[in-house]
Design a protein around this ligand. Structure first.
Ligand code: DC
Length: 215
């Protein structure tokens, strides 16, 4: 069974997807973390977000693994725990541009399908998981919330992780515009997807709404 959750930054996708996966006994697949991992590796190697060729090379060579802990999921990039590093502001700034390259996306999508194929139940979260990666998913959702609510959530998340916040609302608006306006796999409500505005819903209420619509 595949459940996809798409939506903009701060729409509650990650928290919802993680909790939903736990409830369903499913694998939680965070596709944004994968684009962040490529971006981090590019930054570390001095590769510009416009350098398509070198970014494609990084995407082909990178190894990305997820490891479950009791209350979190670690992201291992080339075998090293980069869970916190991929949330750094410099990654946040460059990730939209990096993820806009078709060649980068092709490689990440292949990796996402491969990871999902070895698990009976998967909750996958991102921007194009219902529209492009798993168009035949059993259930597709599109989470949204007002920009203010999303910025507040992202700020809190950064605080909890001890990462610096910067201009959260400005960054979110910029990233939304890039993610929705790009030529390749833009952020859209997937065909057949259920839209869920959770501005005024708690995490439990959001999860309950999703679970209620799984038959
Ligand atoms: O969900 P997130 O904030 O971790 O995602 C980081 C960036 O990765 C986001 O700005 C766009 C990109 N992304 C994408 O293009 N496609 C996905 N399926 C997931 C994320």
């Amino acid at each position: 069974m595949i459940v996809t959750l798409d939506g903009p930054a701060g729409s509650g996708k990650s928290t919802t997807a993680r909790a939903l996966a736990k409830k369903l006994g499913a694998l939680y697949l965070d596709t944004g973390a994968m684009y962040r991992a490529v971006t981090l590796k590019a930054i570390q190697g001095g590769v510009e977000p416009t350098d398509r060729e070198r970014l494609e090379k990084i995407s082909s060579e990178i190894s990305i693994d997820f490891r479950e802990t009791n209350d979190d999921q670690l992201v291992l990039v080339d075998g090293v725990d980069r869970t916190l590093d991929i949330r750094r502001p410099e990654v946040e700034k460059a990730v939209s541009a990096v993820s806009s390259h078709a060649g980068v996306r092709e490689r990440m999508v292949a990796l996402q399908r491969k990871i999902a194929s070895s698990h009976p139940k998967v909750v996958v979260e991102g921007r194009d998981t219902g529209s492009v990666v798993f168009p035949n998913a059993d259930y597709k959702f599109y989470l949204s919330a007002s920009p203010e609510v999303r910025a507040a959530r992202r700020g809190r998340q950064n605080e909890e992780r001890g990462t610096k916040s910067g201009d959260v609302i400005g960054e979110i608006n910029k990233r939304d515009a890039m993610d929705s306006g790009r030529a390749v796999s833009p952020l859209v409500v997937p065909p057949g997807g259920v839209e869920l505005d959770n501005s005024n819903l708690s995490l439990d209420e959001t999860i309950q709404k999703i679970i209620d619509s799984l038959v």
